[in-house]
Write a protein that binds this ligand. Structure first.
Ligand SMILES: [Zn+2]
Length: 462
């Protein structure tokens, strides 16, 4: 532990200028957030002309009728336009909020709210919770019209929307309620760890965050998701038998197998698994079950179990822990730096003893350019994992010595094509746009790879 703290102290000394130099951090945040926003707009403009192509790539030609291809292009075009406008709008709002001192204002409002409740401003954690609520509403309400447009105009136009206005409103209210019920104690505990551990907070906070994630893994499916969706045990039948036998053969600790009414809100489809190492749940969208044959859904699950077999979620968790560790390791330099808060327009009295939440929020704004690179790195890792999971599904025949799995690659390919077609996913993709945004390889790339992974006996005769 001392070694860790010594190393962290070295980092702090390198960053000591934060406390002593008067730096225009606000202009820095403005500049970099605009650079990232303009870069993302540029990517959309690279991608946009591809939606005007009139035929799919040769490799996909046989899977798309002219009508479906035209629909997917029109959907992609509308979504790209929407992303461009909403992205620029959101950045403008954020930028204006920063420019006009919305954060110092929100801190003062939070102080008055806490005062009305009969507490003094010495109750920093209470004021921090009020502050987060004020900032949350101030920044999310301006984007509400865009959410409404996306659901009721864009998705509706292309036949995906199943949400009713009353469902939209109850979802929103439930979301706020849950955000408060979970967010407030989380934030209180998070800030308390800083107070309690002082400058040696890094390992303690990491331990706290991991514990919190574990608790969420248990709470999410049992408490939170049932508030929004109905999870019912998958009906007895071919699909259930296939998945259960696959899970048994692979020694996957399957506890529950659910069907989720994803079609309640949207006709987009999917499947996933989650849970603790010794007790896993598989969830399949009713839309996927309806759209694909049992043997194809089984292939999708074989892919998902590939993620489990190679411990992809655990590896991702480790990468994200390392990411959090880096962020926390850099933070102390910004934590007790009055000049840092002053640069964002906070009062002298507030800045003199910086509240942790303010320092942490502003510190995260500083990291915007870094996070863009981290995102690209995470996508590279995630795409590698997708290929591995596809390969796992294709190799099941050899792995399980099961002759009936020799065509797993074909089945997975058909399922992916159906998913792609039904979701009207984008067919033509700009490489740079894809590198930045996509956590999955494109359909063309995956079909090509699936062909390679096939057991030699099942390869198409050349
Ligand atoms: Zn996957």
């Amino acid at each position: 532990m001392d070694f860790l703290h010594n190393q962290l102290a070295v980092v702090q000394r390198q960053l000591s200028f934060v406390a002593t130099d008067s730096i225009d951090w606000q202009s820095y945040v403005q500049a970099f957030s605009w650079i990232v926003c303009i870069f993302e707009s540029y990517l959309l403009l690279r991608q946009y002309p591809l939606y005007s192509k009139t035929a799919p790539p040769p490799a996909l030609a046989e899977h798309f009728t002219a009508e479906v291809f035209a629909k997917s292009q029109a959907y992609g075009k509308d979504k790209a336009k929407f992303s461009l406008v909403s992205g620029l709008y959101k950045q403008t709002v954020d930028s204006l909020m920063l420019h006009y001192g919305a954060y110092p204002w929100a801190w003062n409002v939070a102080g008055r709210i806490v005062g009305k409740m009969g507490y003094s401003i010495d109750y920093e954690i209470l004021q921090s919770i009020a502050f987060s609520a004020v900032v949350y509403f101030a920044s999310s309400i301006p984007s509400l019209p865009f959410n409404i447009y996306s659901t009721f105009v864009l998705e509706e136009k292309h036949g995906f929307n199943k949400t009713t206005p009353s469902l939209f409103v109850t979802d929103l209210l439930k979301g706020w309620g849950i955000g408060f019920v979970i967010g407030a104690p989380f934030l209180a505990a998070f800030l308390w760890v800083f107070k309690w551990a002082g400058d040696r907070f890094v390992p303690w906070l990491m331990a706290f965050l991991i514990t919190f994630q574990m608790i969420m893994v248990i709470l999410y499916p049992t408490v939170i998701q049932p508030l929004f969706n109905k999870l019912s045990p998958l009906a007895e039948g071919e699909l259930r038998t296939r998945i259960e036998s696959l899970a048994t053969k692979l020694k996957f600790p399957l506890k529950h197998l659910y069907e989720i009414d994803g079609s309640k809100r949207s006709s987009h489809s999917n499947a996933y698994f989650f849970g603790l190492p010794w007790s896993k749940h598989i969830v399949i969208f009713d839309t996927l079950i309806k759209q694909s044959k049992a043997e194809e859904v089984e292939a999708v699950l074989a892919h998902e179990l590939g993620h489990w077999y190679y411990m992809h979620p655990t590896k991702m968790l480790l990468v994200s822990q390392f990411h959090i560790f880096t962020i926390l390791g850099l933070f102390p330099a910004f934590m007790h730096a009055p000049l840092f808060l002053r640069a964002f327009g906070f009062d002298k009295q507030v800045a003199a003893k910086p509240p942790t939440i303010l320092a942490f929020m502003l510190f995260q704004m500083i990291l915007i350019p870094l996070e863009a690179f981290v995102g690209i790195g995470m996508n590279i890792v995630s795409r590698k994992f997708e290929y591995e999971a596809d390969q796992f599904a294709c190799e099941l025949k050899d792995r399980l010595k099961a002759e009936d799995m020799s065509n797993m690659g074909d089945r997975l390919g058909r399922a992916l094509v159906t998913l792609h077609v039904k979701n009207l996913s984008t067919v033509w993709v700009d490489w740079l746009y894809s590198a930045y945004h996509h956590s999955h390889p494109t359909l063309t790339e995956r079909l090509k790879a699936l062909e390679m992974y096939k057991p030699t006996s099942a390869k198409k005769e050349l």
